[in-house]
Write a protein that binds this ligand. Structure first.
Ligand SMILES: [Zn+2]
Length: 342
C-alpha cells in the first residue's frame, strides 16, 4: 500500500463520541467497509485484471475482497497493523478508538478488561502493535524553523532496585528534544510563559552521556542548522562542529535558570515520568522505547486527536508490527523516532 494523504479525507470520519463510534462501526463488515474506502476512494480496483467493480465478500473473512471478474482475492489488511491477526476487526477498531481518544492511554490490564478479552497476551499484543503504528516510517526531524529553537536534555527514567541493596538502580538514560514555539503576540494565550509553548517532541534511549551518544541523538532528531539549547554538559559541546547553532546554558541546576531558559524540556520530562509511573507503574528497559514512542505520539498529536485513529490502525501508511513471539523473544526492535539506535 502506498502512503496516502489519508489525514485529508473527509469521507473517513473520526467518531467524536462512544455512541457515534457504535453507529459507525457496529460490526466487522462496517470496519472492513471503512478500510476499503480508505484504500480505494473511487471504488475497488482489481490488481490483476484492473476491473473496477464492487468485489465479492466472504462472510467469514471480512478482510478479503474477491474480484468479480477474475476472482483474485485481495487482502484488506495487508500493510496495516492488523495483518495476520486472528483478532476480529471490530476489536481492533475499538482498541484504536480507545487508544486514540483517551488522553493518557491505558495499561494492558485495563485494556483487556475494556475489550472483554480472555487472554492478557492478546491485549498486550494489540497494544504493542498499535504502538508500532505510532511511529511514521518516514518520520522527519524536528526544528529547522526560522525564529524557533529546540531544547535538548537527557534524564534517567525508571529504576526499581532488584534486591541488590540501596543505591543500585536500573535506570535508563532517555534523551529528548522539543521545539519551542511562540504564540501570536497580543493574543490571549500569549500571556502564559511569554507566549512560549511546546511544539513536537522526539525521545530516544541513549547509551550514555558521552558526546557521541548525545550528539548522535541531536543529529538524528533535529534538522541541521537548528538552534539547539542545552545545559553546559560537555557532551553537547560538539554540536557546532556538526552544523548546529548551539547555545549552552550555565547553572541549569538552579530552578529559576531552568524555568527561564529550558522550560519545555523540563515539562516534557515531568509529564513523561508522571505518565510512565501513573499509567504503567514503571516499565522495563526492554519495552521502554515503545512507551517513549507512545508518549511522543500522544504529545505530538495532542492538538489533532482525529488523525491518531487512522495512524494507529496503520492505514495511513505501511507499518511493520511485531508478533507476540517477536515481542517476547527480543527479536523485535521497537522502532525509534528517528532510527537512532539502528
Ligand atoms: Zn480481477
Amino acid at each position: 500500500m502506498t502512503a496516502m494523504d489519508i489525514h485529508q479525507r473527509d469521507d473517513l470520519a473520526f467518531p467524536q463520541s462512544l455512541p457515534e463510534f457504535q453507529r459507525q462501526f457496529p460490526d466487522d463488515a462496517a470496519c472492513a467497509a471503512y478500510l476499503k474506502r480508505a484504500r480505494w476512494p473511487d471504488g475497488f480496483i482489481c490488481l490483476r485484471c484492473g476491473v473496477i467493480a464492487e468485489p465479492y465478500r466472504i462472510v467469514t473473512r471480512p478482510g478479503v475482497l474477491e474480484c468479480r471478474a477474475c476472482r483474485r482475492q485481495t487482502g484488506l489488511l495487508v500493510g496495516t497493523v492488523m495483518e495476520r491477526s486472528h483478532t476480529p476487526l471490530s476489536v481492533w477498531f475499538w482498541a484504536a478508538y480507545l487508544v486514540a481518544s483517551q488522553t493518557p492511554g491505558m495499561s494492558a490490564v485495563q485494556f483487556q478488561r475494556q475489550l472483554g478479552l480472555t487472554r492478557y497476551e492478546t491485549a498486550f499484543g494489540i497494544l504493542h502493535k498499535l504502538r508500532a503504528g505510532m511511529v511514521r516510517p518516514d518520520q522527519d526531524r524536528i526544528g529547522g524553523r526560522p525564529k524557533e529553537h529546540v531544547e535538548v536534555d537527557e534524564t534517567w527514567v525508571g529504576g526499581r532496585t532488584r534486591g541488590e541493596g540501596r543505591g543500585i538502580h536500573h535506570k535508563t538514560l532517555v534523551a529528548a528534544a522539543v521545539e519551542v514555539r511562540h504564540r501570536e503576540p497580543g493574543t490571549a494565550q500569549d500571556k502564559r510563559k511569554d507566549g512560549r509553548y511546546a511544539g513536537r517532541v522526539r525521545l530516544a534511549i541513549a547509551a550514555d552521556r558521552s558526546a557521541g551518544s548525545l550528539c548522535d541523538f541531536v543529529e538524528s532528531a533535529t534538522m541541521p542548522g537548528s538552534l539547539i539549547v542545552t545545559d553546559d554538559w560537555s557532551g553537547y559541546a560538539g554540536l557546532r562542529k556538526r552544523g548546529y547553532d548551539h547555545h549552552a546554558i550555565a547553572e541549569c541546576g538552579d530552578p529559576e535558570v531552568a524555568e527561564q531558559f529550558m522550560p519545555m524540556i523540563h515539562l516534557v520530562f515531568s509529564n513523561l515520568k508522571t505518565w510512565l509511573n501513573g499509567i504503567h507503574h514503571g516499565v522495563s528497559a526492554k519495552h521502554l522505547q515503545a512507551y517513549l514512542n507512545e508518549f511522543t505520539f500522544r504529545f505530538n498529536r495532542r492538538f489533532y486527536p482525529f488523525n491518531a485513529f487512522r495512524s494507529l490502525l496503520g492505514i495511513a501508511g505501511r507499518v511493520e508490527a511485531p508478533t507476540y513471539a517477536e515481542l517476547y523473544s527480543g527479536v523485535w526492535r521497537h522502532p525509534t523516532c528517528s532510527g537512532f539506535l539502528r
